[in-house]
Design a protein around this ligand. Structure first.
Ligand code: ADP
Ligand code: MG
Length: 554
């Protein structure tokens, strides 16, 4: 094993002979029967941004947790700045100059930013003089790295993006030279992610070394210098980012060629399936979430709704799917196959919608799409359990339901292929496949689908996209809501952009650009002449409080 810990936080750099910031040699780690890391070697050069990419479960977090002293490797060596170190705990990692920003932040929610930053740092949290010094240091760091946060703000009052900045500050305050970020953009809006990347570039310019774990190819291409690919516990490839491509990385991640762009023929739209007219919704907090939505989708057509989350897309999907937030006020008209849909009455529930041929893959699969404690086979039929093929007289036909679930598990490659497992024991991507399988295989006339591939691996994304296109090609209508502009651009036959509860405009994918859509997403219908004065895309609009819908007595 490695010799005693290296106590010095960092050492001077000499440009030519600088040792690697991090060198891992032959790291292995098993959790029971699962070989999470197998003989991993990795070299991260000083002052670079190094991406580690791989599908869910590839072993990325385990490897970085070993580097941060959370897990002890079964074998292998770690060198920091050329010196062998042993990292038995996170204090040792900090002494070695390593900081980590976890997927799930480890901040104390009812403490201030300042208190969180100094918590556990050398000089003890509650000494006044040290508090003053810490405040000064925090302000200096925040300024130097564009990490604007108020030191006296309580953590629970901060947005996720700001909480993440506090985590970064915390690491910098401990004089981290190496910063590891585990899937940092999963919880961020596009604008917050852009800001994070600016921060990371700034850190690199100051000579810091950054390890960025992600499964998003675009982030790797955008910001890293080098990238290492993990698959099923092994390190399978290393690339210089500018010498590789998304297609090559995807193939290395998945182990086979992956289509990153959906292949589809032009749409041949038929009769209108969904017609939405002047749809309005005021939620329980008296915020007007839908402010007069008009849209149409024809048979054999995918309408993509683009927008930064929080602009009414969620309410639109929930309302059409039959479960608006209780207490919401709704007005307007919705026709499905030419027949009016009951929006507020006794027949406005999700069950009736399903019987009308409306399938729904909700944005939040864990809350609305699945019953987490129920088995996979039960979830595969959830909502459709009363259908004739699943009933045996007044009884449920469990044999038929189980057989149906087994088919879905096979066709959608749901892993592990165990129908008796509770939904909560599947990974996010496989949970999503359960919901998508259930809704698509019902062959609905209208499929409402929100964030279809959030948290889903690349291989499964390709598969889910193909199934959505196949449904369209079978003459069905699809309403797709996604915050991933790439997904909207590649799947949609038409794109509607939502901002502040309204449709800002509709575009054809072939006739628009990400820039134009980005402007619409920020609420700008026509590019203004003064291009310097653009609003920052991605900022959700201010909430407006209203009591009554138009035409309703006050
Ligand atoms: P990634 O971060 O690439 O998604 P992880 O490193 O989290 O992958 O997981 C790699 C494998 O190790 C997975 O199969 C996961 O289920 C397993 N694993 C990770 N942490 C633990 C743990 N604490 N106990 C048991 N198994 C674990
Ligand atoms: Mg992980």
């Amino acid at each position: 094993m490695a010799p005693a810990p290296d106590q010095s936080p960092s050492q001077g750099q000499s440009v030519n002979s600088a040792p690697a910031a991090i060198e891992l040699r032959g790291i292995s780690k098993a959790f029971g029967p699962v070989q999470a890391n197998r003989d991993i070697s990795l070299t991260v050069a000083k002052g670079t941004i190094h991406g580690i990419i791989g599908e869910n479960g590839a072993g990325k977090s385990t490897l970085m947790s070993i580097l941060y002293g959370f897990y002890k490797p079964d074998s292998g060596e770690i060198l920091i700045n050329g010196r062998p170190v042993s990292i038995p705990d996170s204090q040792a990692a900090i002494r070695a100059g390593i900081g980590m920003v976890f997927q799930h932040f480890k901040l104390v929610q009812n403490f201030t930013v300042l208190e969180n930053v100094i918590l556990g740092a050398e000089d003890g949290p509650l000494l006044r003089p040290s508090l003053r010094r810490a405040r000064g240091e925090l302000q200096r760091l925040a300024k130097e790295y564009e990490l604007n946060v108020d030191p006296d703000e309580v953590i629970e009052e901060l947005s996720v993006g700001h909480q993440q900045r506090v985590e970064i500050l915390k690491a910098l305050y401990r004089q981290a030279d190496i910063l590891i970020l585990d899937e940092p953009t999963g919880v961020l809006t596009p604008a917050e992610a852009d800001h994070l990347f600016r921060i990371l570039r700034g850190l690199k310019e100051q000579g810091k070394t950054i390890v960025l774990i992600t499964h998003k190819l675009r982030e790797i291409m955008e910001i890293t210098d080098n990238v290492s690919v993990m698959r099923r516990g092994e390190m399978v490839a290393h690339f210089r980012t500018r010498e590789t491509s998304p297609a090559e990385l995807a193939e290395a991640m998945v182990g086979r060629k992956v289509l990153l762009r959906v292949e589809k023929s032009p749409a041949t739209p038929g009769a209108p399936v969904l017609e939405v007219r002047n749809l309005r919704l005021i939620d329980n907090d008296k915020v007007e979430r839908l402010r007069g939505i008009d849209l149409n989708i024809r048979a054999g057509e995918i309408l993509g709704v683009a927008g930064v989350s929080g602009n009414g897309q969620t309410q639109l999907l929930e309302l059409l799917g039959g479960y608006p937030e209780p207490g919401s006020k709704v007005s307007g008209e919705v026709l499905v196959n030419g027949q009016s849909l009951d929006l507020t009455g006794a027949r406005s529930d999700a069950g009736t919608r399903r019987k009308r041929g409306i399938g729904h893959v909700p944005e939040d699969r864990q809350v609305e799409g699945l019953i987490m404690d129920f088995t996979a086979w039960e979830n595969c039929v959830f909502g459709y359990q009363d259908a004739p093929e699943f009933s045996n007289g007044p009884m449920q036909d469990r044999v038929a339901i189980r057989a149906d679930a087994a088919g879905k598990i096979e066709r959608f490659d749901i892993r592990p292929p165990n129908p008796e497992l509770a939904a909560r024991n599947f990974s996010g991507g496989n949970q999503q496949k359960i919901v998508v399988a259930r809704e698509i295989e019902r062959n609905p006339d209208l499929l409402l689908i929100g964030q279809p591939t959030r948290g889903v691996d690349i291989g499964a994304i390709e598969f889910i996209h193909k199934r959505i296109v196949a449904l369209r090609d079978a003459g069905k209508a699809v309403l797709l809501v996604s915050v991933e502009l790439d997904e909207i651009m590649s799947l949609s036959d038409r794109i509607a952009v939502m901002f502040d509860g309204r449709i800002m405009g509709e575009r054809l994918p072939a006739e628009t650009t990400a820039q134009e859509l980005g402007l619409l997403m920020a609420g700008v219908a026509e590019p203004p002449a003064d291009a310097d004065n653009l609003p920052e895309a991605g900022i959700p609009p201010a909430q407006k409080h209203v009591e009554n819908l138009p035409g309703e007595p006050a």
